[in-house]
Design a protein. Sequence first.
Length: 321
Amino acid sequence: MNTLSAALIGFLLWLAAPLVLAQTASTQGTSPLGQRASLEQLPAVRLGTNLVIVPVTVMDPYDRFVTGLKKEHFEIYDEKVKQEIVFFSEEDAPLSVGLIFDVSGSMREKITRARVALRRFLDTSHPEDEFFVIAFNHQVQLVQDFTTSAETIIQRLVLIAPEGRTALYDAVYLGLEKVRQGKHARKALLIISDGQDNSSRYTYGQLRELVKESDVQIYAIGIFGLNERATSNEALGRSILEEITSLTGGRAFFPDTPVELDDVLTRIALELRHQYSLGFYPTNASREGEWRRIRVRVNPPRGLPRLTVRAREGYYAISLQ
């Protein structure tokens, strides 16, 4: 390995590493509604309560994850009204993750590279994460139920030959329904696709409403022709992936090269492991079923630069009976 290659690898590792703040306060004796509660103490389905949980990612100007912040460094606003943070966690807790994998005909030249990159995502994830796999072309199929085995997932995908059209909306819709069955409190979907939907029964409007209702973070990888310029249809597909991911506090990535594809999937796995979870009980009046916009702010400790916060955009109010 030459000096330039070694320096480049070192820089990428530094960029991916979290910026960790020194911990000065003891974590002993903290309560679930105080500083550092366990996410696994939260019920997977919170019926009869209006506790709103918000996963939050904090980045520094170098696009590194910032860890070590405390509850007092955050503020949450529900329709511009500041709320009390009653739940706070920075725990690297396991997730239930749905992998939504495009096996349509247009993926024929890209699927091998996508499988290799997906393996990196699986290897970088939390050891106790559970995954299921939905493969889709013009049809949507659950090809692997929840498992913790990366080897099983890859073997399932190797057996599928790319063909047919693209029912992306149907696949994501089914994924949102399926991930609710996961055993972990934190839930996410990862979409790997190369184009705009052209075969779904569900409309984009129907999918968007389900995304807004779901307490699930969505990430997406748009493989719109590695080393190629995006077409107008692909540009539309890009905007759709960007919208549904941003609604949930996730992100959409569009790598230009196979190397970037590998790096992006590693980064998503690391991001899911370096998040804060904030919870609040809404105090301002709302109607059941009303869409409530939320905003999260971070006030960094003295000496830190301006930080960037990413979180879900809102939630639907529920009855307080």
